[in-house]
Design a protein around this ligand. Structure first.
Ligand SMILES: [Zn+2]
Length: 192
């Protein structure tokens, strides 16, 4: 039996903490929801910022809400080459000692000491879905993508939380390598 997993593609984006949102957009600023994302409560906001690197600048870097404890920028390897910064592959939230960058908003700028990561590919599951698949938090799984550029994504980290919904998240480089669509695709879960 094969289990189909929806695959969603995370384009580059930034999560902001309260303090950085204030500095970039003004004191007490509230993000405006542009589009709800698949994971409950998460949304793409109307707001964008500029990331200024030593080699190049990325304009219109989308802010994903709601605000978080810590500011975090998620880029692809291609973005990092373009910008000219060396960025580690990390799980979301694991930002200690990661890369820094200069970020500009309409009101001000911040110099991030750390927080820039390339996000590890991961699979969101709620506890019921995890039970059904006999998986637990931090397990590693593989997902096979069928098609002309079909491939197997290894080392997908399982993330289990009550408000999660079954969906694998990969970045734009990974999606392009597999010839997936712009925002989503499907894969088959390989359990060993
Ligand atoms: Zn995710």
């Amino acid at each position: 039996m094969t289990t189909k997993i929806p695959i969603e593609i995370s384009a580059r984006h930034i999560h902001l903490c309260r303090e950085d949102l204030d500095k970039l957009f003004g004191s007490g600023y509230e993000l405006k929801i542009k589009k709800d994302l698949s994971q409950e409560g998460e949304f793409a906001s109307e707001e964008t910022v500029t990331l200024i690197g030593p080699k190049n600048t990325i304009e219109k870097l989308r802010v994903v809400g709601p605000i978080r404890e810590k500011t975090q920028v998620e880029l692809s390897y291609s973005d990092c080459f373009f910008v000219g910064i060396d960025v580690p592959l990390r799980l979301s939230g694991d930002v200690a000692g990661s890369a820094g960058a200069k970020i500009a908003g309409p009101v001000g700028e911040i110099e991030l000491k750390e927080g820039v990561i390339i996000a590890k590919r991961h699979l969101h599951l709620n506890p019921k879905e995890a039970d059904e698949l006999n998986l637990k938090n931090n397990d590693l799984v593989k997902i096979k993508v069928i098609g002309e550029r079909g491939l197997v994504f290894e080392n997908i980290v399982v993330r289990v939380k009550p408000n999660f919904k079954k969906s694998a998240h990969i970045d734009t480089d990974e999606a392009n390598a597999a010839g997936l669509g712009k925002v989503c695709g499907k894969g088959e879960l390989i359990l060993e």
